[in-house]
Design a protein around this ligand. Structure first.
Ligand code: MG
Length: 337
């Protein structure tokens, strides 16, 4: 087993602005794990607010003893091993886990979606995220979303209603709203949610601060559309705490430390009666295909990473009628350009 990695700066099509910050690129770490004649590909997308970086990722990978990664892979033991190296660091742990899943698929000659028990026929449509912007730029972005069957919009500012109206001037596709913890007043929030529902919004992500459990629960109790916890739900241990606070959770590989724990989170959520949205960060085709392999196990998908970047080092994933098309190729089905 041989592990190599390359730091990479993934450029965004538009500066990405949400309620709390703005940025133009994302540091990612591309990871390869080789065994026999096969190579598994993984990726860590390290959005700055999560606290990981090229430096922290390299330091973590330098601590990984590849002799601990024995095929056939026991992913539970592997995540325990990775957690024993250092706490936190979920994105670079995800990179190792994704590379091992890709490698496992190649060694077993099976696609990853089959290894995780997904049915490609159940693939949900994937949304396309539009960041907050000046009205004319925002309108341009909405027009770029043609081909997607759902639009996701980042709200949390005074211009919220204006932005929804701009979308509706162009398209009537369903909308997912992500407030990214930006709402503070309960009554104002529930009034906004009712208005949003009338505009064809079908879910709202993380309306209030992740620490405001009572506030989010208050909204969930009253909301006519699902309220989804994102920032509040990172890894498996957080899923149980989401019950009663949210209708569902947003699972992302860069939070869950990879595919294995994401699958555990999806199962746990199901057992608790929680809905599941599978999301992503700014990612290349690599981590996005890993999420797409799990997407048929979820209610909704928001895997738009490769479509929002300009220097994806891999081929853009097959995408038709607003959905990822899972390939029968062994592993993730990741193709070089
Ligand atoms: Mg979110």
């Amino acid at each position: 087993m041989k592990l190599t990695y390359q730091p990479f700066e993934l450029k965004l099509k538009h500066p990405f602005t949400i309620a709390k910050f703005s940025r133009t690129s994302t540091p990612v770490m591309l990871v390869q794990i080789g065994h026999e004649d096969y190579t598994g590909y993984g990726e860590a997308s390290m959005v700055p607010y999560m606290g990981e970086s090229h430096e922290s990722a390299a330091a973590f990978l330098n601590e990984v003893d590849v002799n601990q990664l024995k095929f056939p892979f026991n992913f539970e033991e592997i995540i325990n091993y990775l957690d024993s190296i250092a706490p936190g660091n979920p994105a670079i742990k995800a990179a190792v886990d994704i590379a091992l899943h890709d490698l496992e698929g190649k060694l077993l000659n099976k696609p990853c979606w089959q290894l995780v028990g997904s049915d490609p026929a159940l693939m949900p449509v994937s949304s396309y995220t539009i960041g907050i912007d000046e009205p004319d730029v925002f309108l341009k972005k909405v027009k770029e979303a043609e081909g997607f069957k759902v639009i996701k919009v980042k709200l949390g500012r005074a211009s919220d209603k204006e932005l929804i109206n701009i979308i509706r001037s162009v398209t009537d596709v369903p909308i997912y709203v992500d407030a990214n913890q930006g709402w503070t007043d309960r009554q104002q929030s529930i009034d906004t949610i009712h208005w949003l529902q009338q505009q064809g919004v079908v879910l709202v992500e993380q309306p209030m601060l992740k620490t405001d459990i009572a506030g989010n629960a208050w909204l969930t109790e009253r909301s006519p559309i699902p309220i989804i916890g994102d920032e509040a739900v990172q890894r498996l241990a957080d899923v149980e705490k989401a019950k009663g606070v949210y209708h569902g959770i947003n699972v992302k590989l860069m939070k869950s430390a990879g595919m294995y724990e994401a699958e555990q989170m999806i199962s746990k959520a199901r057992s608790l009666g929680l809905k599941v949205l599978i999301g992503c960060m700014s990612e290349t085709s690599c981590a996005s295909l890993a999420a797409a392999a799990l997407a048929p196990l979820c209610d909704w998908a928001d895997i738009d990473g490769p479509f929002l970047t300009t220097n994806n080092p891999y081929k853009t994933p097959a995408f038709k009628d607003g959905k990822y098309e899972l390939s029968n190729a062994p592993g993730l089905g990741l193709l070089s350009k």
